[in-house]
Design a protein around this ligand. Structure first.
Ligand SMILES: [Cu+2]
Length: 493
């Protein structure tokens, strides 16, 4: 893994520690990482919160769900109460469980005092159901999108996506997992008992003041680098513990951070199998000891438990990377058996680049000079742009004919890595700097890391839902970059 991480990326992974220094320089009160760790050590072991599943109610052939966005108060660390936002909960939200082929209707109520939206990250659906910045829900209002689930089993997620305030709302807690099931995945002998051997894990980090409240953007540094915290969180809790009762665990891992990259692995260096990427199952399990995930990305992994406690960490054994512990896993005295992992999972033909009608180029731009910084701060010109333009709600940047297949060439003109996300589609990654990507990145994806000065080519099909009026978004998934303008809009017509 070491050799696969560039120096730029290693520097980026080491940035979390500098957030504390930046806030201290700004003269802000801070509960230090050491104080928070001391507090945590004094608490009894905290069980892993497993989000409840929302199965919906079938009525006249449509499955109905209700999500209530609301303010809350939550203990990330035992004994410290923090003001938060949540969805049907104080912080984060339930698992929205969908089935391929069904039509779903989701009543999203906004119980906040400010407008927000809820975006279905990774879903293929009509643009006006997408929950992007154009589908704003006013305080007290309910938005009720309806769509058919037309894609394979996968772990997706939902999160707030209001114009220029996505970072602030997600930081506060507006996010949750989506799990899609289908016949192909149900037929496989994979762990599938929610909360027993099939666990969604939302990995994040947050920065706290010494009053225990969340601190958000304190300086231009936080915008330029993205907002990183001093405390790692797993399902909204600091270093929780999970008691494993079966021999194998399936972990559906989401990088739900605003800006942090996590090199996921286990404390004892044990290998695990990656079985799914963002958009669903891989053709076969891929054996790894580490997987890098960046904001918005998901991996599903299956790990053998064994008879000793172990921890899910980021950065273990990797030079120049901070070590975060996300989850402690403790085996029960006697483990129930799990079926062996199948050697083959689903049919997934390799991408056919020759089917592309055209290549579209996207230059990710991040002005680094003092002039650009000042311009950004004075509101004259954002230092963040794609193809020379910062996000403009009234500008459709790209128009794509329905039914077409395209290569998108994403060129990072900055030294800083950016995870690039496209709404509506699950794409395939063709190459990174002209070279093929590793097997765990070669499946269905909706978010892909573009390292500093790297060129990544992806292949996407825009199959249906033509609508010249309602756009989809593409953007950097470092939320502070997105909010600062590294985003554009496309329509399918
Ligand atoms: Cu970015």
């Amino acid at each position: 893994m070491k050799h696969q991480i560039s120096r730029r990326l290693a520097l980026r992974l080491g940035l979390a520690a500098t957030a504390v220094g930046a806030a201290a320089l700004a003269g802000l009160p801070l509960l230090s990482r050491r104080d928070m760790l001391a507090q945590a050590r004094n608490q009894p072991p905290q069980p892993l919160p497993v989000p409840e599943q929302l199965l919906g109610t079938l009525k006249d052939g449509v499955r109905h769900y209700a999500l209530n966005i609301r303010p809350g108060s939550h203990q990330f660390v035992s004994g410290i109460t923090t003001d938060t936002f949540g969805v049907n909960a104080d912080y984060l939200g339930p698992v929205l469980r969908l089935r391929r082929g069904e039509t779903v209707r989701i009543a999203v109520h906004n119980g906040l005092k400010e407008a927000t939206t809820l975006h279905w990250h990774g879903m293929h659906l009509p643009a006006k159901m997408d929950g992007g910045p154009h589908q704003e829900i006013a305080p007290g209002e309910t938005w009720t999108p309806q769509f058919e689930v037309r894609q394979p089993a996968a772990t997706l997620w939902y999160h707030a996506h209001p114009h220029k305030r996505t970072g602030a709302h997600v930081w506060r807690g507006l996010a949750g997992p989506i799990i899609i099931d289908d016949d192909a995945s149900s037929a496989l002998p994979l762990p599938r008992d929610h909360g027993i051997d099939d666990i969604p894990l939302v990995l994040q980090d947050r920065l706290f003041g010494n009053d225990g409240q969340l601190l958000y953007i304190q300086s231009m540094h936080d915008v330029m680098m993205g907002m990183e915290g001093n405390i790692p969180l797993c399902n909204g809790r600091f270093m929780p513990m999970f008691e494993a009762r079966r021999q194998r665990l399936r972990l559906r891992i989401l990088d739900g951070a605003n800006a942090s990259f996590y090199a996921i692995g286990f404390s004892d260096g044990r290998a695990f199998d990656v079985i799914a990427s963002d958009g669903g199952l891989l053709p076969a399990p891929v054996r790894r000891t580490h997987v890098l995930i960046t904001p918005g990305e998901r991996v599903e992994i299956v790990v053998k438990v064994g008879n000793k406690p172990f921890t899910l960490v980021s950065g273990a054994g990797l030079r120049n990377m901070p070590l975060h512990t996300f989850l402690r896993i403790v085996p029960a005295p006697v483990l129930e058996s799990s079926p062996a992992l199948p050697g083959k999972l689903v049919e997934l033909p390799p991408p056919d680049a020759a089917s592309a009608a055209r290549t579209r180029r996207f230059d990710l731009q991040m002005g680094m000079g003092p002039g650009m910084m000042m311009g950004g701060m004075m509101g004259r010109r954002s230092p963040f742009a794609i193809n020379g333009k910062a996000m403009d709600m009234n500008l459709i940047n790209e128009v794509i004919p329905v039914g077409s297949t395209e290569i998108w060439e994403i060129r990072n003109t900055s030294p800083m890595p950016h995870p690039f996300h496209v709404h509506d589609v699950q794409f395939r990654v063709l190459s990174r700097n002209g070279r093929p990507v590793p097997a765990h990145e070669a499946g269905r994806k909706d978010t892909v890391l573009v390292d500093g000065h790297e060129i990544v080519r992806i292949l996407a099909r825009f199959d249906d839902y033509p609508d010249p009026k309602h756009p989809y978004m593409y953007h950097c998934h470092i939320l502070e970059h997105e909010d600062a303008g590294m985003m554009g809009q496309f329509t399918v017509v």
